[in-house]
Write a protein that binds this ligand. Structure first.
Ligand code: IPE
Ligand code: IPE
Ligand code: MG
Length: 240
């Protein structure tokens, strides 16, 4: 039987290339990316995944051409208005993870109201990493500890991180045929299993998700131990 990861995190990469292959503007790829995200959320809920975390806009994505950045910001606002009521109806609890200082007031208001509206849902937790970077997260957590005069320990830093409301991801998937982390979940992915898909994000469907879950099910997570230590304990039948 396939073991379903409790927390899946996804670097949704390849929207631009999906659009370029069709001679469409890059933003059309991002639009299709929203459709793919909707499909992925549904599929995860159906498979019993508890937490889905997606990388939607990185701290470094501000360096893209202005038209693309403004296209992504408007798409985010439009997608929120259209999708949040449906996500709410589907029992999804929404969290937005990232630096809100860099976002427009309107976006922040939308984010806050979406989080409030869905706070008591429990079918699936969806974390949307927007204006997020793993380094930003570590720095903001360290600043909190410094301000509160707390000692820097793994437990204190972990509790101050932006994803402290969920367990660390079990499986990190990256689509788009690139094999890198790109500043995603640097702290939280310490022991995540990694899965790289050659599919571009808009093409990532249920069957691809199942392949990733199947691959996860075959892994042995050792957390520093040896394989032997992880074998199920058998009752000793040695007779002296
Ligand atoms: C990922 O797709 C979405 C964002 C970074 C917002 P890309 O836009 O990076 O697509 P490619 O990698 O250029 O194909
Ligand atoms: C990572 O994709 C960020 C998101 C998916 C939001 P990028 O396309 O920005 O990553 P790089 O620049 O290729 O490493
Ligand atoms: Mg990319």
């Amino acid at each position: 039987m396939n073991q379903v990861p409790h927390h899946i995190a996804v670097v949704m990469d390849g929207n631009g290339r999906w659009a370029a292959k069709r001679f469409l503007p890059r933003v059309a790829g991002h639009k299709q990316g929203v459709v793919s995200l909707r499909r992925c959320v549904k599929a995860c809920a159906q498979r019993g995944v508890g937490v889905l975390t997606v990388f939607a806009f990185s701290s470094e994505n501000w360096n893209r051409p202005v038209e693309e950045v403004s296209g992504l910001m408007s798409l985010f606002a439009v997608a929120m208005a259209r999708e949040v009521p449906k996500l709410h109806a589907d029992g999804v609890q929404l969290h937005f993870v990232g630096d809100r200082l860099g976002l427009s007031e309107k976006l922040v208001t939308g984010i806050e109201s979406a989080e409030r509206a869905t706070a008591s849902n429990s079918r699936l937790i969806l974390n949307i990493c927007f204006n997020y970077g793993g380094r930003w997260d570590i720095v903001q957590a360290a600043k909190q500890l410094a301000e509160q005069g707390k000692p820097v320990t793994e437990a204190n830093l972990g509790a101050a991180m932006a994803m402290a409301h969920v367990a660390d991801p079990d499986l990190v998937i990256r689509t788009g045929a690139e094999q890198r982390i790109s500043n995603f979940l640097l702290w939280q992915a310490a022991y995540s299993e990694l899965y790289f898909s050659d599919r571009l994000w808009p093409e990532f469907d249920e069957a691809e998700l199942d392949l990733a879950i199947e691959s996860y099910g075959k892994r042995q997570r050792r957390f520093g131990k040896t394989s032997d230590q992880l074998l199920p304990k058998t009752v000793s039948t040695v007779v002296s």
